[in-house]
Design a protein around this ligand. Structure first.
Ligand SMILES: C[C@H](O)CC(=O)SCCNC(=O)CCNC(=O)[C@H](O)C(C)(C)COP(=O)(O)OP(=O)(O)OC[C@H]1O[C@@H](n2cnc3c(N)ncnc32)[C@H](O)[C@@H]1OP(=O)(O)O
Length: 711
C-alpha cells in the first residue's frame, strides 16, 4: 500500500491491523486522520474484532502531524484547518474505546505519531525505532495530548527533557523509561503486538489508559518544583522561544487539574502558539532546509548518486582535518595527504584531538572513536589515490599551488571520477564552515562546467556526513560570506561613529546571534579578515567600509582569541572580558578614518544598531538573489542560520527581512546613504521590491542578465 490512506485487515484471531500510509513519513494529514477514525469506527462495530493493532506502512510508524497544515495556517491565519482531535480521536475513539489498541512501532514515532501510540494501551517496538516529541523545534507544543501523556508514562523530568530539547530516544531508552512495553524484531513485531492486544482484551495483561495514570508524577509539590526549575532554565537557554514556557504551562495545568482538563487546555494553547512569529519562522526553516535538496537540473534528472566510500583529503590543516574528521565519523574511509611528515603528524593529531573533544562532550563513544580512527590513513604521496571516489583539496589559499595539485590529481585519480565529463566537470567547490566536523552547513559551489552528477555526488556525501548542502553559484565569498561581509563592516562603521563596541556586541547577541560581530572577529582570528579585506574591496567596489582598525589591533600585539588578546581578553574557564585598553586603538582608528561621532548617533537605540548592522547584510543578500547565486531565497535563510548562526527563531535572513518589510529597509538605507555614502546604497533588487511593496523572497521575474549563468 504505497498510496496515501488507511487500511484495515481483520485476522482470524480477531485482531484488526490498522495501517496508516502516507509516504514518505506517514504524516498525519487531515485526510489520514479522517480515514483512521472511519477504520476505528468500523473496527468497533464489527463483532469479529476483539482488539486493534495500529501501525504504519513502509517501516515507519509516523513522522507526526502534517506540517504542511501548519504552513497553511501561517498563510491564511485560519486555525480551523487544524483538526481538533485530541479528545475525539485520541480519547474517545482510541483510549476510551471498548476494544484495546496496541501500537506496533517501526522506524519513527515522532510528534503526533508518538502521541497516537501513547493513546494506545501498549506500545511494542522494533529495536531500531526512534521516538520524539519535536514540536517545540517547530515553535508549537505537542497538540495530541503529548504534554499530558508523556509525563504520565515516563515521569516529569524525562518528559520535560524530551519535549524541551526535542530529544530523540531509542527503543531501548523508551523501554527503560516506560514508554515502550516490549521490543520485538521487525519480523515478529506484528505477531507480538497482536498477541499483546488479545491479552489486554482478555484481561491477561493490564488495560492501561496513559491519561489516567498518576504513578509516575509524584506529589504535587515535587511536580511544581520540577516545573519551576525547568521554567527558570528555559528562560536562560531559550529566551526567544515562547513555546517552552507554554509547554511547561500545559504540563502544569494537567498535573493540577487532571489529564482531561490538561488536554482541553493543551488544544487551546496549541491553537494560540501556532500563530506566533516564532512558529511561523521555525516552520519556514523546516521546509527551507528540505528545499535545499531540490536542485533544478541536478536532482530532477533521475541520476543516481555514485557510492563514495573512500575520499582523499589533501591538506591536514584546520579545514582539512575537520573535513577528514566529519568523513571518518560517518564511516567514509579517508586518505589524508600532506607534504611532509611534520605536517602529516600535525594533521593526524588534529583529527585525533577533534575526536577526543567529541568523546569528552559525550557525543561519541570510545568504540565509535576507535572505528573512526581505524578508517583514516595518512600518506605523503599519491599512490593510494588510485581507488578513491572523491578528492577534497584543502590546502592554503594559494592559486598556483592549487593549480599544480589539480594537475597532479588529475593524473593519479581513477577515471570514473570524471566519467562522461570533461575534466572541468569533475571540479566542484565544497565550502565547509570551521570547525568542519561541527558546523552543519556545506556550500556546494558549482561552476558552469560542473556536471550534475558531480553535484549530486557531493550533495549525497554531504548528507552522509550530516551536513545540509546548499548549492550555490560562484562569486567572491560564495553565498554566505558574500552576504555577510557587511556584517562586520557595519559594526565597525558604527564603532567609528562613536557607538560602544561592547554595546554593539550585547545588542546583536540579544537579537539572537551566538555572539556579537567583534567577538566573532576575535574568535575567527584576524588573519582571514585581513587577507580577504583587499579581495572584498576590489570585488565590492564602493560598498566597503575601509578602516585600519584590524591592522592597528595586530600592531598592538592582538590576534583575537588565538593569543587571548583581542577586543576581549580570554582566559580559559572564564567568559571573555571586555578590555578597556582597546579604546586607544579605536580612537586612533577613528582619527585615521576621519569620521567623528555625531550627537545624533550617540543617542542611537538598540533597534537602530540591529538595523544598521543587518540591513546592509539584507541588501547584499538581495544582490546575491538577483545575480542568481542562490536557487531560492530560502537557501539564504537556511545558509544564514546554519553558517552564520542567524537566529533560527527569526526564520533566516530574508524571511526576517520580509517580516520587517522591503519598503522600510529601503527607506532606512536611503537615509544612511545620504549621511554615510555608498556602503548603504540600496541595491536595484531591493529598490524594485520596495517600490512595488513586494517581499524580498519573491523570485525575480527578470533577474539580472549577468547572473543566471552562474547557476
Ligand atoms: C499535533 C502534533 O503534536 C503536532 C505534530 O506532530 S508536529 C510534527 C512533529 N514531527 C516532526 O517534527 C518530525 C519532522 N520530520 C522529521 O524530523 C524528519 O523529516 C524525519 C525524521 C521524520 C525524516 O527525516 P529524513 O528521513 O531525513 O527525511 P526528510 O528529508 O526530513 O523528510 C522527507 C520528506 O518528508 C516530509 N516530512 C517529514 N515530516 C513531515 C511531517 N510531519 N509533515 C509533513 N511532511 C513531513 C519532509 O518535508 C520531506 O518532504 P520532501 O521530500 O518533499 O522535501
Amino acid at each position: 500500500m504505497a498510496r496515501a490512506g488507511v487500511d484495515m485487515e481483520v485476522g482470524s484471531d480477531g485482531v484488526a491491523v490498522i495501517t496508516m500510509s502516507n509516504p514518505p513519513v506517514n504524516a498525519l494529514s487531515p485526510s489520514i486522520i479522517a480515514e483512521l477514525k472511519l477504520k476505528y469506527k468500523e473496527a468497533m462495530k464489527r463483532d469479529d474484532v476483539k482488539a486493534i493493532v495500529l501501525t504504519g506502512y513502509g517501516g515507519k510508524f509516523s513522522g507526526g502531524f502534517d506540517i504542511n497544515v501548519f504552513a497553511k495556517v501561517h498563510k491564511t491565519g485560519d486555525v480551523s484547518v487544524l483538526p481538533n482531535e485530541s479528545v475525539d480521536l485520541l480519547v474517545n475513539t482510541i483510549e476510551d474505546a471498548k476494544k484495546p489498541s496496541v501500537a506496533a512501532i517501526q522506524g519513527i514515532a515522532f510528534g503526533g505519531g508518538l502521541e497516537l501510540t501513547m493513546s494506545c494501551h501498549a506500545r511494542i517496538s522494533t529495536p531500531d525505532a526512534h521516538f520524539a516529541l519535536p514540536e517545540l523545534s517547530l515553535g508549537v507544543i505537542p497538540g495530541f495530548g503529548g504534554t499530558q501523556r508523556l509525563p504520565r508514562l515516563v515521569g516529569l523530568p524525562k518528559a520535560i527533557e524530551m519535549m524541551l530539547l526535542s530529544k530523540t530516544i531509542s527503543a531501548k531508552e523508551g523501554k527503560e523509561y516506560g514508554l515502550v512495553d516490549a521490543i520485538a524484531s521487525s519480523k515478529e513485531l506484528l505477531m507480538i503486538a497482536r498477541l499483546w492486544a488479545l491479552a489486554i482484551a482478555e484481561r491477561r495483561k493490564p488495560w492501561i489508559s496513559s491519561l489516567k495514570r498518576t504513578d509516575k508524577i509524584g506529589s504535587l509539590a515535587e511536580a511544581l518544583d520540577i516545573l519551576h526549575a525547568a521554567r527558570c532554565e528555559a528562560k536562560d537557554t531559550a529566551p526567544h522561544m515562547p513555546q517552552h514556557q507554554v509547554c511547561l504551562n500545559s504540563i502544569e495545568k494537567g498535573i493540577i487539574y487532571g489529564g482531561y482538563e490538561g488536554l482541553l487546555n493543551e488544544t487551546r494553547l496549541s491553537n494560540e502558539i501556532i500563530l506566533t512569529e516564532t512558529a511561523r519562522s521555525l516552520v519556514h526553516v523546516f521546509f527551507a532546509e528540505r528545499a535545499t535538496s531540490k536542485v533544478p537540473n541536478v536532482t530532477d534528472l533521475a541520476l543516481k548518486p555514485r557510492p563514495i566510500r573512500k575520499v582523499a583529503v589533501i591538506g591536514g590543516g584546520l579545514m582539512g582535518s575537520g573535513i577528514a574528521t566529519a568523513l571518518i565519523l560517518n564511516g567514509v574511509h579517508v586518505i589524508l595527504k600532506e607534504i611532509d611528515s611534520t605536517f602529516l603528524h600535525r594533521g593526524m593529531q588534529a583529527i585525533a584531538a577533534n575526536l577526543e573533544g567529541l568523546l569528552k562532550k559525550g557525543v561519541l563513544t570510545l568504540d565509535k572513536k576507535n572505528n573512526a580512527l581505524s578508517i583514516l590513513k595518512g600518506v605523503l604521496d599519491y599512490s593510494e589515490f588510485k581507488d578513491v571516489d572523491m578528492v577534497v583539496e584543502a590546502i592554503i589559499e594559494k592559486v598556483p599551488l592549487k593549480q599544480s595539485i589539480f594537475t597532479e590529481i588529475e593524473m593519479v585519480c581513477p577515471k570514473h571520477l570524471g566519467e562522461k565529463t570533461k575534466s572541468q566537470g569533475r571540479i566542484v567547490g565544497a565550502h565547509f564552515f570551521s570547525p568542519a566536523h561541527v558546523m552543519p552547513l556545506l556550500e556546494i559551489v558549482r561552476t558552469e562546467m560542473t556536471s550534475p552528477q558531480v553535484i549530486l555526488d557531493l550533495i549525497t556525501i554531504g548528507k552522509i556526513i550530516k551536513k545540509v548542502p546548499v548549492v550555490v553559484g560562484n562569486c567572491t565569498g560564495f553565498a554566505v560570506n558574500r552576504t555577510f561581509f557587511p556584517y562586520i563592516q557595519s559594526a565597525q562603521l558604527l564603532l567609528h561613529v562613536g557607538v560602544d563596541l561592547y554595546r554593539i556586541d550585547r545588542v546583536i547577541s540579544s537579537f539572537g546571534m551566538p555572539m556579537g560581530p567583534f567577538q566573532l572577529q576575535d574568535v575567527s582570528g584576524y588573519g582571514v579578515a585581513l587577507a580577504v579585506k583587499p579581495i572584498f574591496a576590489s570585488a565590492f567596489k564602493g560598498r566597503t567600509f575601509e578602516t585600519d582598525l584590524l591592522d592597528l589591533m595586530v600592531q598592538s600585539g592582538r590576534n583575537g582569541k588565538a593569543n587571548r588578546k583581542g577586543y576581549y581578553l580570554y582566559q580559559s574557564g572564564s567568559k571573555p572580558k571586555p578590555d578597556p585598553s582597546v579604546q586607544r586603538i579605536i580612537d586612533e582608528s577613528r582619527k585615521r578614518t576621519g569620521i567623528f561621532s555625531s550627537e545624533k548617533l550617540l543617542s542611537i537605540t538598540d533597534q537602530d544598531i540591529v538595523e544598521m548592522i543587518f540591513f546592509p547584510v539584507v541588501n547584499e543578500a538581495c544582490r546575491v538573489m538577483d545575480e542568481g547565486v542562490v536557487i531560492r531565497a530560502s537557501d539564504i535563510d537556511i545558509a544564514s542560520v546554519l553558517g552564520m548562526g542567524f537566529p533560527r527563531h527569526r526564520g533566516g535572513l530574508v524571511f526576517w527581512a520580509d517580516t520587517v518589510g522591503s519598503s522600510y529597509i529601503y527607506s532606512r538605507l536611503k537615509t544612511w546613504e545620504n549621511t554615510y555614502g555608498g556602503f548603504f546604497t540600496p541595491s536595484k533588487y531591493l529598490e524594485e521590491r520596495a517600490t512595488k511593496g513586494l517581499p524580498l523572497s519573491l523570485a525575480s521575474s527578470s533577474p539580472s542578465h549577468t547572473s543566471r549563468a552562474r547557476l
